[in-house]
Design a binder for this molecule. Structure first.
Ligand code: AQP
Length: 342
């Protein structure tokens, strides 16, 4: 079976973009792949996280996975910091990757802002840790939203450079021509890029200061309906053809969200709503969003009432993840020339 790895940061405010861009695909892939889904808490601390909140947020992402339909018994769900291979392998990759590669990453530029010198070193090295996450399991496929495409390309570059730099040693240790696979991104699913409800040119994001910019998975029905009612739009009626959405980012985004939630295409949505005003479309979208997300939010709240149960899921997942990752790391140590304690 091909192996899937993906992660979500426990940095608060899990939103509709994370759900439609990532978690929905995680659920679907369970049928055909062995899946490892990780709450990437070590990635989260590349920007400041309040320690009192972080533990709750780790449990909340875990609850979102389970409430959305990820099966932590058939597949693996755990948090990154419980498996030290991630940190160990990331260090080796820090020494394989080049600073120039990291400096080119748009996420680093966006998150570091103008004061680059003051960003954490971890934020710069983020893609190296991400490569370690994926390659510690020799994962072949990684489902992510479009914003992560550049990082995945870097994972491929790191795997390739490791395979080249150490080719002789890899062969000498009996691993053949390549130690790491060249991972394929899976940027598919209902909506690979959901935009902010306040600005159709910015992606919906956990860290947007405006709570009205996103629909959180924990929002109740009233909050969901209100946020959609207040979502920014232009004054025109909806077009009848998808082409008419060009140059109308907010309209395009809302129609895309409707299509993703309903499991149809944008054109099918416009077949129904073309020519109608937002005052008619928004309540319909609100109702659809509540019907899809309401039960997930409710189940998350129920799961969150028993933190011990969530912690047990994470611990069991971490033990199974470790069993896969440790031998991969042992091989890396041999290839690099480290001496291992047997
Ligand atoms: N707006 C989005 N549309 C589609 N997919 C998205 N993802 C994130 N935002 C959107 C996908 O969700 C997965 C988990 O993301 P993450 O938690 O690792 O971090 P992120 O991409 O940095 O998420 P945010 O919400 O944008 O956080 P901040 O505000 O901290 O930057 C990934 O697969 C991602 O593609």
């Amino acid at each position: 079976q091909p192996r899937v790895f993906s992660g979500v940061q426990p940095s608060g405010n899990l939103h509709l973009g994370n759900y439609l861009g990532a978690i929905v695909n995680f659920v679907a892939l369970q049928e055909s792949h062995d899946c490892i889904y990780c709450v990437v808490d070590m990635h989260a601390i590349t920007v400041w996280q309040d320690p009192r909140e972080l533990s709750r947020q780790i449990r909340e992402v875990t609850a979102a996975f389970v409430a959305s339909g990820i099966d932590p018994v058939k597949h693996i769900v755990f948090n990154q910091s419980q498996v030290s291979v991630h940190a160990e392998l990331a260090w080796v990759f820090n020494c394989v990757a080049r600073i120039g590669w990291m400096n080119r990453m748009t996420q680093f530029k966006d998150k570091a802002g103008k004061d680059k010198e003051n960003a954490s070193l971890g934020l710069l090295a983020y893609p190296s840790l991400m490569a370690a996450d994926i390659l510690a399991y020799k994962a072949t496929h990684v489902p992510v939203g479009e914003d992560q495409k550049q990082h995945l390309e870097l994972t491929r570059d790191i795997a390739q450079k490791f395979n080249n730099d150490f080719s002789e040693s890899i062969a000498a240790h009996g691993f053949g021509d390549a130690y790491f696979p060249i991972t394929e991104p899976l940027i598919t699913g209902p909506a690979t890029r959901i935009m902010s409800l306040r600005d159709g040119t910015k992606k919906m994001s956990k860290s947007d200061p405006s709570d009205y910019s996103r629909i959180n998975l924990t929002d109740d029905a009233d909050a969901i309906a209100q946020k959609i009612r207040k979502a920014k739009t232009d004054a025109d009626a909806l077009p009848s053809e998808v082409d008419g959405l060009k140059g109308r980012p907010e309209a395009d985004n809302l129609v895309g969200i409707y299509a993703a939630l309903a499991g149809t295409t944008k054109q099918q949505v416009l077949d129904t709503f073309g020519g109608r005003q937002f005052s008619e479309f928004k309540p319909a979208l609100g109702e659809l969003a509540v019907s899809r997300l309401g039960p997930i939010g409710e189940e998350m709240r129920r799961l969150m009432q028993d933190p011990g149960h969530i912690d047990a899921i994470l611990a069991a997942g971490a033990a199974r993840a470790e069993a896969i990752a440790r031998p991969v790391m042992d091989g890396v140590k041999d290839v690099v020339g480290f001496i291992r304690r047997n």
